[in-house]
Design a protein around this ligand. Structure first.
Ligand SMILES: [Zn+2]
Ligand SMILES: [Zn+2]
Length: 71
């Protein structure tokens, strides 16, 4: 896998990127599977067509305060 912050190739079980010190999925700059550059709100990789895993999804689900819509 690749670090989503710096794009470094990592062991799939790596919890922290040894290159930049950030959790591998805790970023939006690169796709973890193929290492292609990605943008913050991108949902699929424009290089290989795979769906991006994004910690932001967990973040959104975990922070209901951000998802309160007016009735
Ligand atoms: Zn990194
Ligand atoms: Zn890709």
């Amino acid at each position: 896998m690749h670090c989503r912050t710096c794009g470094a190739a990592l062991n799939p079980k790596a919890e922290i990127c040894v290159s930049c010190g950030v959790r591998p999925l805790n970023g939006t700059n690169f796709y973890q599977e193929c290492g292609a550059p990605t943008k913050e709100n991108q949902e699929i990789c424009t290089s290989c067509g795979s769906r991006l895993l994004n910690v932001n999804q967990g973040y959104v689900f975990g922070s209901s305060a951000d998802l309160v819509y007016p009735a």
